[in-house]
Ligand binder design. Structure first.
Ligand code: ARG
Length: 466
């Protein structure tokens, strides 16, 4: 990055200025340190704009050809890491244009006809965020496939289902994995919705009011893959709701990732030992040789806070701004860049951990049987077999749990006599519902944990994900 001290009178607007900016002004004003990430979008937007200007007779064909060709040279310089970025030139838009002038000379000065940096940056940033929606969608699909592979392997493995992190009722491993497939499916829906809504082109809104040149906004919109031009020039340059929608979708997705990461941390602990994380996603301790720390899961959990932070930050930037563009909006990019990078890393890390994850079906099943997890099955049996009102069945079952607790055993270990002491109508049949496999197999209601239902859902998701 070079600081051009000679810019006493900026090359882009020097006409009105007699002195260059203070060094501190340059430091607070410049965005090139981060918005250089928009270079490909900026060049694509400028090339589409030049072609449109020529097609509309606003620019000569030869000037447009020189501009379009020169922009490709700029592109390859940036891609090769040979581009002389300048802080004095403030942002990616002016850096590209200034370099274009060095390469092709005078025609470069005609590129900015009928546009402003306001519609330019709005267009570039929309293109960038749109690509991130696509990246999130493919990251989510990959993660869902990893979850489905886990679900398929353990469609009928009983494990404890928890409420309040207390053992509640047995569920299946497949069912638990599918719960996250659903969550990430809704996340994908949010990114797809946001993408569809943001796919309108701001270019041609110019500074805020539109332009007096006879431009063709349909043409630039189509060239850049947008569905249509934005209908209101003030709106086009002044809203960042597309970025806020991306961040909101990312924040909810991050929350889901973080909850799953938390479960992996708990499940991989010595107290649970439900799963083993692979060497590839854990670290050892420099002092305690026995340790296998779930660092990737912990960092994933922690990093998701950055996404929430970015979301709050951009909402805060936008909330008090009058129409149309205000320089405050330059602060949109770093937040979105960081959130997007963090999200993509999080999705990839979670997918990797799940691909390698080894669940322990024996540990899961043993834990599923502990903690009187089939007490609800017992109460349901009393209702079904003996016709008890559920409230009474609940009471009888509670007495049996108390009895088992006193004896230090589980419900299936009670004798028939002990059972009958709580209710004389109980028969030996009751023991059939107390096993965890029977328990999960019985929960066949739509969306329930029974392996038969889980397998149906796996098949449906495989079809959806292709
Ligand atoms: N670097 C600016 C941004 O990111 C570009 C737009 C500048 N527009 C202006 N009127 N100063 O928002």
């Amino acid at each position: 990055m070079t600081d051009n001290p000679q810019t006493a009178g900026n090359a882009m607007w020097g006409g009105r200025f007699s002195a260059g900016p203070d060094a501190i002004m340059t430091a607070i004003n410049a965005s090139i340190g981060f918005d250089r990430r928009l270079f490909a979008q900026d060049i694509a937007g400028s090339r589409a704009h030049a072609a449109m200007l020529a097609a509309c007779g606003i620019l000569s064909d030869s000037d447009a050809a020189a501009i379009r060709e020169g922009l490709l040279t700029v592109l390859s310089e940036i891609e090769a890491g040979e581009f002389p970025f300048s802080t004095a030139l403030e942002d990616i838009h002016m850096n590209v244009e200034a370099r274009l002038k060095e390469i092709i000379g005078a025609p470069a000065g005609r590129l900015h006809t009928a546009r402003s940096r306001n519609d330019q940056v709005a267009t570039d940033f929309r293109l960038w965020v749109r690509a991130q929606c696509d990246a999130a969608l493919s990251g989510l699909a990959a993660l869902q496939r990893a979850l489905l592979a886990q679900a398929e392997a353990g469609a009928d493995w009983p494990m404890p289902g928890f409420t309040h992190l207390q053992v509640a009722q047995p569920v299946t491993w497949g069912h638990h994995m599918l719960a996250y497939v659903e969550m990430f499916g809704r996340d994908a829906g949010r990114f797809a919705d946001a993408r569809a809504r943001m796919n309108e082109c701001p270019l041609g809104a110019a500074a805020l009011a539109g332009t007096s040149f006879p431009i063709d906004r349909q043409m630039t919109a189509a060239a850049l893959g947008f569905d249509r031009p934005m209908a209101n020039s003030l709106d086009a340059v002044s809203d960042r709701d597309f970025a806020l929608e991306f961040l909101s979708a990312a924040a909810i997705c991050a929350l889901h990732l973080s909850r799953l990461a938390e479960e992996l941390v708990i499940w991989s602990s010595a107290q649970f030992r439900f799963v083993r994380l692979s060497d590839r996603f854990t670290t050892g301790s420099s002092i305690m040789p026995q340790k296998r720390n779930p660092d990737a899961a912990e960092l994933l959990r922690a990093k998701m806070g950055r996404i929430l932070g970015a979301t709050v930050a951009l909402f805060t930037v936008m909330k008090g701004l009058p129409l149309a563009y205000s320089k405050d909006m330059q602060e949109d990019k770093e937040q979105v860049f960081d959130a997007a990078d963090t999200l993509m890393l999080g999705l990839a890390a979670m997918e990797g951990m799940l691909r390698d994850l080894a669940a322990d079906p024996a540990r899961l099943e043993a834990a599923a049987a502990a903690g009187f997890s089939t007490a609800t099955d017992l109460a349901d049996w009393l209702v079904r077999a003996l016709g008890l009102p559920f409230r009474e069945a609940h009471h009888v079952t509670g007495a049996l749990v108390r009895r088992a607790e006193a004896r230090g055993c589980d419900l299936p270990d009670l004798t028939l006599e002990e059972m009958q002491a709580a209710h004389p109508g109980i028969t030996a049949e009751v023991f059939e519902v107390l096993g965890v496999r029977n328990s999960v197999a019985s929960r066949t209601s739509y969306g329930g944990t029974a392996p038969v239902r889980v397998r149906e859902q796996i098949a449906a998701w495989k079809e959806r994900l292709g």
